[in-house]
Design a protein around this ligand. Structure first.
Ligand SMILES: *Cc1c(COP(=O)(O)O)cnc(C)c1O
Length: 350
């Protein structure tokens, strides 16, 4: 910080992403990336898109991509918004739907970008404690200012059934409820089917996890056309071209190869179930995860020590030194071989 910083820049507390070591020698289980690559059809589509047309700006309305989303999810085109990763979609949503004089609510343990956006946009927020089993308490998610939840939640992996999402929506008719479904393809129930019924519901998706395109930065929002128009308005006051030509090609092709992604998601789920059982045999308590990671705590060895010992063995997992979760590790699900190696290394450490 120096004397040139704005008052805003001085008070920011930026999000700290998981590390991305450049040398490729780690088993990388710290940022919930997909261990399987994108569909071969996606790679082909991106290669095809690399040509002379890159001199032209991309389509600011993302029309072809949004048509593909609309067909794939059975929603109207004016119920879809596309952005440069769901992080950007979330940031635009905070700007579009929340005001400083009405505090928003989110759980005390959730995606740590939510408080960062609130600070960036000068919003006030209240956090609601999870219950003792790390579950969101739907009846306490109430605010006239807005509600944000991740479902399945991060970093716990726990999911709420649709009936409880409904009760949150019914309890907040005057405010926008954002449901961040980054991990829904690994076992959650999507709320997209509720957008016709609830004009205050915004469902946010990403192509970074189940569609294995974290490097492309593609996110979506689904909601009533009235909400989507507000997002367009924010976006077009910021950057008309948030999705580049290669990302649009990749996203469109990904939607056309659902079979491939159903297969890789099923594989991740199977590996997660195997890995969870192995951890439990070794005195870990592990939440029932509906995501592509597990959240685990050992009965004797502290999470921080395990984090360092795993790291010494070239295995990267995520450790959050924060109240309530500082004795837990969040471990992304890799290939079967990756997870067998983790178990072998744990057996040596414990
Ligand atoms: C990974 C993640 C995101 C961010 O996704 P991007 O599309 O890569 O920006 C958003 N929300 C949650 C809960 C996530 O885990």
């Amino acid at each position: 910080m120096n004397g040139y910083w704005s008052r805003l820049a001085r008070k920011l507390e930026p999000y700290v992403p998981g590390e991305q070591p450049g040398d490729g020698t780690y088993i990388k289980l710290n940022t919930n990336e997909n261990p399987y690559g994108p569909s071969p059809k996606v790679l082909e589509a991106v290669r095809r898109a690399v040509d002379e047309s890159l001199r032209l700006y991309p389509d600011p309305s993302c029309d072809a991509f949004i048509s593909a989303v609309s067909a794939r999810y059975g929603v109207k085109k004016d119920q879809v918004f596309a952005g440069n990763g769901s992080d950007e979609v979330l940031a635009f949503s905070f700007m579009a739907f929340f005001d400083p004089d009405r505090p928003i609510v989110f759980p005390d343990i959730t995606y740590s970008f939510y408080p960062v956006y609130a600070t960036l946009f000068g919003l006030n927020y209240v956090t609601v404690p999870l219950d003792s089993e790390f579950k969101i308490r739907p009846e306490q998610m109430r605010s006239s200012g807005g509600v944000v939840i991740a479902n399945p939640n991060a970093p716990t992996g726990r999911a709420l059934p649709l009936s409880e999402i409904r009760s949150i929506l019914d309890g907040n008719p005057g405010a926008v409820v954002i449901v961040d479904e980054a991990y829904v393809d690994f076992g959650g129930q999507s709320a997209i089917g509720l957008i016709d019924e609830y004009p205050n519901l915004l469902v946010v998706h990403t192509f970074s996890k189940s569609r294995a395109l974290a490097g492309m930065r593609i996110g979506l929002a689904f909601g009533d056309s009235g909400l989507i128009r507000a997002l367009e308005s924010v976006k077009n006051s910021f950057n008309s071209y948030t999705l580049d030509r290669l990302a649009l090609a990749a996203g469109t092709a990904a939607l056309e190869d659902d079979e491939y992604y159903k297969g890789t998601s099923r594989k991740v789920i199977e590996t997660r179930e195997w890995f969870t059982a192995e951890l439990r045999k070794r005195d870990f308590s592990v939440t029932d995860s509906s995501a592509n990671f597990v959240f685990a705590s050992h009965s004797r060895v502290r999470a921080e020590e395990l984090y360092h010992r795993l790291r010494d063995n070239r295995i990267l997992v995520r450790y959050f030194k924060k109240p309530l979760i500082d004795n837990h590790l969040r471990i992304s699900i890799g290939t079967d071989e990756d997870m067998r190696t983790v178990i072998e290394v744990l057996d040596r450490i414990l």
